[in-house]
Design a protein around this ligand. Structure first.
Ligand code: PAF
Length: 309
């Protein structure tokens, strides 16, 4: 397992892999690796000859300076975890390598995909920061396949749109959210929860499960499903930033779950803002869902079929 800091060194590695007929997988991360990241690295190692994990806390996607400052930085542990999961390179560039002096370019996906949900609350600039850095990382590494977690379902849709629009030659794979035994979605931010807040945070997966249970009982009205989701949050004294049911492909609000939909929520828990989501299928969960890949029986989201750009 090598730690590489420059694009030049990384490209030497990628060239050598390709010269031997191999393929390259990229798992882009901001570090503080947890079991969710490990599942992405293992999937990459299983599908490609060489797995590169990038570790870069991207200042351009943080609206809140305190969130950027407080973001956990644990490079040595991350290197060990990534290596144990099958990565051969940890690409950990400094800010100057990614954004050299005079850097003035930006890659934007415009419109509803970046303006709804997280875009409405954090500002679409958050996604402009994500697409700019993901475009850079894809160009720096040049992977055949890049792996993302479905917890950030909107990010997956935005990245796929960028890859499609710009004909980037990479396949984007999204893998299911990994959860704690009590259902809380793994997030690098969870380490900042106090014991009390950690206990209250379980209301988030409970809210999702309440909506999924009502959906499974035949309810398709979005307001009723949102009402079910509201209960566990209120019981825990949590006030969500948003809880929404939207179209799973366009993120347009839905009044009825009569097409694949996403239940998405953002909930501040103490000083930590957590997001989560689940796919809502209009058909019973044991029936195949047309046009969706990997929709598990839990209903937790796996955004639509991976595309080759
Ligand atoms: O999901 C993340 O960790 C980040 O948004 C990403 C994709 C690594 C870009 O900085």
């Amino acid at each position: 397992m090598r730690i590489v800091r420059t694009t030049a060194e990384l490209r030497d590695h990628v060239r050598a892999v390709r010269a031997d007929g191999g393929t390259v997988g990229l798992v882009p991360t901001m570090g503080a690796l947890h079991a969710g990241h490990v599942s992405l690295v293992e999937a990459a190692a299983g599908r490609t000859t060489s797995t590169v994990v990038s570790l870069f806390v991207n200042p351009r996607q943080f609206g809140d300076a305190a969130d950027l400052t407080n973001y956990p930085r644990t490079e040595a542990e991350d290197a060990a975890r990534a290596g144990a999961a099958g990565a051969d390179v940890l690409f950990a560039p400094g800010v100057d390598e990614v954004y050299p002096d005079g850097f003035v370019s930006e890659v934007r996906v415009s419109g509803p995909l970046t303006e709804r949900l997280e875009g409405a609350h954090r500002g679409p600039e958050h996604f402009h920061g994500v697409t700019t850095v993901v475009a850079k990382l894809l160009n720096m590494v040049g992977p055949d396949v890049a792996f993302f977690g479905a917890k950030d379902a909107q990010q997956v849709l935005v990245v796929r749109r960028m890859v499609r629009d710009l004909d980037l030659p990479v396949e984007i794979v999204a893998l299911p959210t990994v959860r704690e035994p009590d259902g809380l979605a793994l997030s690098s931010r969870n380490v900042r929860l106090s014991a009390d807040d950690r206990a209250r945070a379980v209301a988030i997966p409970r809210a999702i499960d309440a909506a999924l249970a009502l959906l499974a009982a035949g309810e398709r009205d979005a307001a009723a499903l949102l009402g079910a989701a509201a209960g566990p949050l209120a019981d825990a004294g949590l006030t969500p930033e948003y809880v929404a049911i939207v179209d799973a492909a366009t993120l347009a609000p839905r009044g009825t779950v009569d097409a694949p939909s996403l239940l998405a929520l953002a909930v501040p828990v103490g000083p930590v803002r957590l997001i989560d989501n689940a796919l809502l299928s209009p058909v019973p969960s044991d029936a195949p869902v047309p046009a969706l890949s990997g929709a598990g029986s839990t209903g937790h989201a796996v955004p639509p079929t991976p595309e080759k750009g």
